[in-house]
Each structure stands twice: as structure tokens, then as C-alpha cells.
Design a protein around this ligand. Sequence first.
Ligand SMILES: C[S@@+](CC[C@H](N)C(=O)[O-])C[C@H]1O[C@@H](n2cnc3c(N)ncnc32)[C@H](O)[C@@H]1O
Length: 378
Amino acid sequence: MAVSHGRDWYQTVQDESLLLLSSSELFLTDQQITFGDAQEIGVGMLFPVSTGGAVFGIGYYQLSQQKKQQELSFHQPVMVDEVLSWLSTNRNGVYLDLTVGGGGHARALLQRFSRYGKLLGMDQDDEALTACAENLRPWKNQVVLKHANFKYLADFLAEEKVEKVNGILLDLGVSSHQLNVGYRGFSFINEGPLDMRMDRRQKQGAYHVVNTYSESELRHVIWEYGEERRAGAIAKAIVRTRGRRKIDSTAALAAVVAKVVHRGHLNKSLARVFQSLRIEVNWELENLRLALQAGIDHLDPGGRMAVFSYHSLEDRLVKRFFRENEKRCTCPPEFPQCICGQKGILKILTRHPVTAGEAEVRKNPRARSAKLRVAERL
Ligand SMILES: C[S@@+](CC[C@H](N)C(=O)[O-])C[C@H]1O[C@@H](n2cnc3c(N)ncnc32)[C@H](O)[C@@H]1O
């Protein structure tokens, strides 16, 4: 039984194990609470309490060590062993981590490198770069970090006087930090302003999209980037609600969605709506296309590109891009020589995407949706 479908947040009250919860992720089952990936964080007692019409759950809740660890760290990188084995082919090489985040993957790569190996890291999130610089401090002479959108990778390489690199890593989407802190506005679990800008120098965030786009533009965004079936009803509800009052927080948006989506589907729909807005705000698919192209233009022959995607739109884009660049000669086999002139420039190394093993998914739920595709420059 769901306890509350109001605001989605949880808050530490006294110490890390006593929590006040009010969440559509919160369920009461035989006096045990489950919150999100409950098996990851243990269970506790819950006492539903009513205050001014809203129902909260107050519970003594024991966070497992593992969950505490995850909450403390900026981001737990996924499939680190796989990144090392697919990407790290040259210990003295130059590698480009286009989504360096907290530097989890970068750190693992640097541990592999000889002292001649070099890592160039980009991220458009200033908070990520601060955390990353700290994390990679032991290798500071081998690392250069750049605060920029990855579509500008060619400019970064030119600045560093690097023509070709031995490997490129893209670990798409958001970091745990971006999701965990309410003030970035990425998550419907943690209340905050409707923001979702990865680059905080950018002018407009999700508030602009939600409060100024027309109903048909909103429907388009939610349908195309969220693949949400109720896109039409949600767009209509947004426009109706903002006619009375601006929708200015993640909780306010979640409440609008909750009005038109069946309770049983609410969390999935919220995840899709928030994903769609994030993609629109950050121009994620356009930027990814540009980065993939610029990336292979700067890969040394034998160099590899590894891409993690977390939803089907990204994965489809990466898969198609790799295939288009793998195109081979289309001349009939009986032709003595090629006349079509089509030459592939990539060799796909992962016919099917590589996914995380069960043990990793248990430890790091984010790994569940990660798909890794790798291609090699010919
Ligand atoms: C999943 S996290 C990467 C985590 C990183 N691999 C680690 O081990 O810590 C994705 C990061 O990519 C960044 N990002 C997403 N799109 C970007 C873009 N177009 N340009 C630069 N950085 C981007 C986000 O700001 C975020 O920090």
C-alpha cells in the first residue's frame, strides 16, 4: 500500500538512520518500509502520521553501510573492469574522458597508465570538475580538466596540442551527485527548483521549458524524449496548472503529473517526464551526435571509443552511429574490384551491448540500465 503520493523527499532528522519520509517511493508492507531499491538499503519500522492533510511516514531506518557509502560519494562509476579491459590498450597513451564527472573511471584508467599516460577530462558541470580535481590529485601532472560541453572536444584537443587520442570514454547521463542534491532539480525524489542544467552557465533550465513551451511542444518533448504514453494528458495538465500559478519546483511538477497518471505507473511516468525535460534542457541528443563525430575524427587508428548509455534513445543513436561508420563496400562479390568507394572507418567490437553483472547491479542500482558499446578506429 502506498503511504503517500505527495512530495517525494526524505530527510535526515537526527542522524543518518532516523528519517522522515514522504514519498511515492515509500510503501508500507507488513510494518517494513521499502524506499527505492529497498534491498540495497535495508528496512525499518514505519508509523504513518497525518499532518495537515498530508501523510508522512516517520520511521527508524537503518541505512546499510553500502548505501551510506554511495550517498557520501560523488558518483560510483559503473563497470570499471569492463572499461579497463575494452579501453585501456596503451599504458602510455592519451585518453579523453568526455564525461569525467567525479573522475571514477578516470582514476581507474590513471591507475593503469604508466607515468607517460595522459588523461584529458571534460565536463560541463562545475561541481563535477571540483570533485574530480580532488579525486585525481595524485595524478595531477598527467591530467588536464576542461569545463566545457563535450561537443567542443576538438577545441580542447587543439588547446592541448593533441591531434589524435588512443581512447575516448563517454559515460552519458547524470551523475549520482546531480540526482542526489535537490538544488540541481534533476530528481523527483529530492525536492528542489526546476533547474536540470548540467552547465550552470546556461541561461534557461527546466523552469523555462515547463512554464513557457506550448502544450504541443511539451507533448512533443515528453513523448519524443521520455517515450511517455500519457504525454498528451501531462502536457495539458501542465498548461492548465501554470495558468493559475507557475510550476517552480520538482515537487510541484511531480504533483501535476500525479494528477493525470495512475498511481501504479506514477514512478515510471515521473522518471520519463524528468528524463525528457533533462534531455531537452541540455540538448543531450544533438550534443551526443556532435561529440561522436568529432570523437572518431580524433581517434588514432587502433584507438577505441567506449560509450555508456542509460536509455534507449541514446543507445539507439550510438548503435546507429557505429553502424553507419562501419559501412563496408557494397559492390557485388563478383566485381573484380571495388567501385562504390565505401570504406568503413570503425570496427564494432561489441555486436551486442555489454551490460553489468548481477553482483554489480545489486551494489550499484544505476548499473542496471547501463549499456556499453565499443568501436575501434580503423
Ligand atoms: C554519469 S556521469 C559520469 C561519471 C564518471 N564517469 C565518473 O566515473 O565519475 C555523467 C557526467 O557527464 C556530464 N555531461 C553530460 N553531458 C555532457 C556534455 N554534453 N558535455 C560535458 N559533460 C557532460 C555530466 O555533467 C556528468 O557529470
